[in-house]
Every structure is written in C-alpha cells, then in structure tokens.
Design a protein around this ligand. Structure first.
Ligand SMILES: NC(=O)c1ccc[n+]([C@@H]2O[C@H](COP(=O)([O-])OP(=O)(O)OC[C@H]3O[C@@H](n4cnc5c(N)ncnc54)[C@H](O)[C@@H]3O)[C@@H](O)[C@H]2O)c1
Ligand SMILES: CC(C)(CO)[C@@H](O)C(=O)[O-]
Length: 300
C-alpha cells in the first residue's frame, strides 16, 4: 500500500515515520525546509520514539492508495483541492476539530474519506526533526458506521507500525468526544497560559472548563449526536493524563501562530446559533483567542 502523508508537520511526520519504519512505502508531503532536511539527513524522531528514518519527502502531492490528512483544520479546504486522487484512494483525516471530513468529502467525494482521531502527541522541533511527546489510542472508522475491509486493512497497517488503532462503527461520536475535550481544554489553557493540569487545580478554571464542555454537549444533543453521559469527567481524565502538557492551542499562541479555534470552540458557537442554543462561554473563548491571534506574542 502506497501511503502519502499530506501535511507532514508534527503528527504527520510521526505517523509517516513509524509507518515507513514498519516497511510501508511512505511519502511525506510538507513544507520545503522540512522536506529538504528529511531528504538530506533522514527524518529524526526523538522523545518516546528515538529513530532516524530514511523516508522520501516532497513538497508536491502524489497519487496514493492511502492519504493521511494531517494539516491544521484551517488548511483543510485548500489542501484537499490539491490532492491527486485515483479511483481507490482512501483519505484518513487525523485532525482535531469538527467539519474536516465533510470539507474533504465536498472536494473529492465522500466515498474516499474515512474519519479518525488520535491521542498521540507530536511536536515539531525543527526542519527534519519531530518529537514524540505522548502515546495514546487511535480510532478510525467509516463515516457511515460500516465496518469495511479498507478500515480493517488500514487498522492492521497502523497497528503493525506500533500505532495502537481500533476500528469503530461510530467515528462521528468519537470525533465529537475529542471535540468536547478540545473545547474544554485548548482555548482556556491558551487564554490563561497554563498547562492542562491547572484546569483541575484552579477551581475557577475548572468551572469554566465544565461550562464550555456542557455547552458543547448541549449543542451535540441539539444536533442529535448522543454522547457519553459523563463527558465532563472524560475531559478531566484527559487533563489529568496530560497535566504537564501545554495544549496545542497554547503552543500556537505562544509562537504567534494561527490556532484551530474556528474548528473547535468556534464550531460550537456556529452550530449553537443555527440550533438556537446559547453558547456564551464558547463565544467568549473564541473572541478572546481571535483577539490574541491578532495581538501577537507579548513578552511575559
Ligand atoms: N501534534 C499533535 O500532537 C496532534 C495530536 C492529535 C491531533 N492533532 C491534529 O492533527 C492536525 C495536525 O497537527 P500538527 O500538530 O501536526 O500540525 P503542524 O502544523 O505541525 O503540521 C501540519 C503541517 O502541514 C503543512 N501544510 C499545510 N498545508 C499544506 C499543503 N497544502 N501541503 C503540504 N503541507 C501543508 C503545514 O505547513 C504544517 O507543517 C491538527 O488538526 C491537530 O489538531 C495533532
Ligand atoms: C488532548 C489535548 C487537548 C492535550 O493537550 C490535545 O488534543 C491538544 O493539545 O490539542
């Protein structure tokens, strides 16, 4: 199976490197500096995985049997329009946020798209070098809930590469559950500038995390997405397991980079408005993060 990783930054390089190490034919498609460093010296993975991997990298998309789609959510539409698709190409999005699979499907056709979430952590260190910062589960599935040979084949390949992966018949629910976690953790930690664990230690932050999460759960129910009962407890579990982590959104604002706010808290506000459900906490989080994006980095 030829695998092309579109959006080979932190997560895509980690997954692509692990797959190449397991013997799969992999091409990383990313930005020029990263691509040139990889082609010159191999891909270095440090942290929980320690390896230098010979792997092909390019700045241009290529035809593939499987495309791992790992750009930030704000690049989804433009990147999907550049994909080279053949009849049996499968695209697996491993992105955070809501709406990515639908945006890709609008461009290439829904028959090519499957959904996925992962709790692995990866950090872009420098061109040619990513750090494996966390090990977690990966779940993939057909958007219609069917269990097909292709998802079973992709799961086998990922597991063979050491990426523990399960197939689910409810990937949309899993994407929503991950979304609720990101709704509760990402923006708040970025606004206040704290690691994830502070959301458990500081009572005021814990209340805000719960309020944001409860709004998302109400919007999900309004959209007929029945979620697990104790999702607030799930958010807290993730914050506890990643207590020392700086969330991806805190990392982004610390570097003066654009965030994925629109696909996370912004999506809750957008859907809540359409459904007539108030989402004041998510609205404030969204406005504050957008203000921080415009403000840029300040000296602490
Ligand atoms: N990093 C993690 O630990 C992690 C974990 C779970 C989920 N995710 C999700 O995975 C997605 C990617 O996250 P990341 O941390 O790897 O981001 P990243 O910014 O490190 O990687 C994305 C890369 O794609 C590149 N890119 C954008 N458009 C492109 C194009 N058209 N062609 C080629 N390259 C292009 C960007 O320049 C960037 O280098 C996000 O949705 C994120 O929320 C990340
Ligand atoms: C789970 C999570 C919030 C841990 O930091 C991660 O998805 C992130 O940082 O985006």
């Amino acid at each position: 199976m030829k695998i092309v990783v579109i959006g080979a930054g932190a997560l895509g390089s980690l997954f692509g490197g692990l797959l190449a190490s397991s013997g799969e034919e992999v091409v990383l498609v990313g930005r020029k500096k990263h691509v040139d460093a990889i082609n010159a010296r191999g891909l270095r993975i440090s942290g929980l995985t320690d390896a230098i991997i010979n792997i092909k990298a390019s700045t241009q998309p290529e035809e593939a049997d499987l495309i791992l789609f790992t750009v930030k959510s704000y690049d989804t539409e433009t990147t999907a329009s550049k994909l080279i698709i053949k009849e049996d190409t499968t695209i697996l999005s491993l992105q955070n946020g809501l709406g990515n699979e639908e945006k890709i499907a609008e461009v290439v056709g829904s028959e090519h798209v499957i959904g996925g979430i992962t709790s692995h952590g990866a950090l872009f260190i420098e061109p040619g070098h990513v750090k494996h910062t966390g090990i977690g589960d990966t779940v993939i599935g057909e958007l219609d809930g069917s269990i097909t040979q292709r998802v079973k084949d992709i799961s086998r390949i990922l597991n063979n590469a050491g990426i523990k992966t399960e197939v689910t018949d409810s990937i949309k629910h899993k994407i929503w559950e991950k979304l609720v976690v990101n709704v509760g953790i990402n923006a708040l930690t970025a606004i206040v500038g704290v690691n994830n664990g502070k959301l458990l230690e500081i009572p005021e932050l814990n209340l805000l995390m719960q309020d944001a999460g409860l709004e998302a759960i109400r919007v999900a129910r309004g959209a007929k997405i029945e979620l697990e009962d104790d999702l607030i407890g799930y958010i807290e579990d993730v914050a506890r397991k990643t207590a020392a982590n700086r969330s991806s959104m805190l990392q982004d604002v610390s570097k003066g980079k654009r965030t994925e706010i629109d696909a996370i808290n912004g999506m809750i506000v957008e859907m809540g408005t359409k459904l007539g459900i108030d989402t004041p906490v998510n609205r404030i989080f969204t406005l504050l993060i957008k203000s921080i994006e415009k403000r840029g980095v300040v000296d602490q």
